[in-house]
Design a protein around this ligand. Structure first.
Ligand code: SF4
Ligand code: SF4
Length: 161
């Protein structure tokens, strides 16, 4: 949902460390809900370089789906970013698990929280303008199924992104 850490403003599923903006604790601007329905275009898994941060449980789940040991998975598909671990990506910015032809996720059933909670992140929901920017890069955001405030908040608060 973007390793130019500080200077890219276009949101996608790959996190840019500097973009975290907490949502207000008061009634959020999206209290009436927001629409989202994924078209599976794969845009949010590509684009500007960035990070898909993963913890031990997420690593183990993806390794299991790929029938690999955790050690092998970490060596092949992850890199250290400070004290955290991130999936690696291709030189063009595509996530290592974005299948080049179909543009589908190769670990969809065990994809990281950061991926599952997109596009309902702190950073995409901070202001209506942030959401509008998200809608401009994600064809599924702002269209289709209406998510209630509760449904959005469950996703937004699962992990700060
Ligand atoms: S519709 Fe949005 S969430 Fe779905 S793959 Fe495209 S950019 Fe990603
Ligand atoms: S793990 Fe899957 S959903 Fe997440 S960024 Fe990579 S290809 Fe996309």
């Amino acid at each position: 949902m973007p390793s130019t850490l500080n200077h890219v403003t276009r949101p996608n599923k790959k996190k840019q460390v500097s973009q975290q903006t907490p949502v207000s604790a008061e009634t959020p601007w999206y209290a009436d809900g927001l629409r989202f329905e994924c078209t599976q275009c794969g845009k949010c898994c590509s684009g500007e370089p960035g990070y898909v941060f993963i913890d031990e449980a997420e690593t183990a789940a993806m390794a299991a789906e790929l029938k690999m040991s955790v050690d092998e998975f970490e060596q092949k598909f992850t890199r250290r970013v400070g004290r955290q671990s991130s999936l690696i990506e291709y030189p063009d910015g595509d996530c290592i698990f974005l299948e080049p032809k179909t543009r589908h996720c190769m670990v969809y059933n065990s994809r990281p929280i950061q991926c599952r909670t997109w596009p309902f992140w702190d950073s995409t929901l901070a202001t209506p303008a942030d959401w509008q920017e998200t809608c401009e890069v994600c064809p599924g955001a702002g269209a289709g199924t209406l998510y209630s405030l509760d449904e959005i908040e469950i996703r937004r608060t699962e992990k700060p992104v």
